[in-house]
Design a protein. Structure first.
Length: 225
């Protein structure tokens, strides 16, 4: 009764212009959409009534990506493909009546399996880190007072599929405090990036990288009617 198993297979498609149809060209209008096939198996185990562990392994195949015709460099053919192998582990629930926890770890290996217009087989897919980890703790000191503390980690990753620019990995700490003033009013303060870590979240290209927020404080008041 405490263990659940599952498996799934799914297929999805993406137009070759991406999700921005305004970028359609005479080439992308004529090609087939990219195809995604995902295979996954996983399990959920209720270690104790209030604490659950989840795990999954998966493989995602991406085909119909564009490649340059080896016999005619002026033509585009849809022979490119990519593959992502991954593993996930999650934890969610309460360790004690006052202490709740939510966390997860993921491993991904995304690489080119057949040449595309941008990379040869074996190249790593851009913006896919091998390791990500998150852990959030919430502790209630009093029926009206609680606090949270968490960490987010991501290993380094390439900015683009040509594998020439690397976005460094980082670890970021976040914190929060909660105050229940009345049955209808709650005050909450969140601090993101407690130690003011400089890091990069993602990239639109090798020369257009987006930094993460510096230390940020948000205070909110929630009222129920």
């Amino acid at each position: 009764p405490a263990l659940s198993l599952y498996s799934s297979y799914s297929v999805s498609y993406l137009p070759s212009s991406g999700d921005q149809f305004s970028s359609l060209t005479t080439i992308t209008q004529q090609v087939e959409p990219e195809k995604f096939q995902n295979y996954e198996v996983g399990a959920k185990w209720d270690a104790i009534p209030a604490l659950s562990l989840t795990t999954a392994v998966y493989r995602l195949n991406r085909t119909n990506t564009r490649a340059t015709d080896p016999n005619d460099p002026t033509r585009i053919v849809q022979t490119g493909s990519q593959r992502t192998n991954g593993y996930e582990l999650g934890l969610n629930g309460r360790l004690t009546p006052e202490w709740s926890i939510a966390g997860g770890y993921a491993y991904q290996d995304a690489f080119v399996t057949r040449a595309t217009t941008a990379a040869q087989p074996g190249a790593q897919v851009g913006q896919v880190p091998h390791h990500t980890l998150s852990l959030w703790n919430h502790y209630r000191f009093h029926p009206r007072v609680g606090a949270g503390l968490g960490v987010l980690y991501r290993s380094d990753m390439f900015a683009a599929i040509d594998n020439t620019v690397t976005l460094p990995g980082y670890a970021r700490a976040d914190a929060a405090a909660f105050f229940t003033l009345t049955k209808q009013v709650r005050l909450q303060a969140n601090v993101e990036n407690v130690f003011d870590k400089r890091y990069y979240v993602n990239a639109d290209s090798n020369t257009n990288n987006s930094p993460g927020f510096p230390r940020t404080v948000r205070v909110g008041l929630t009222m129920a009617f």
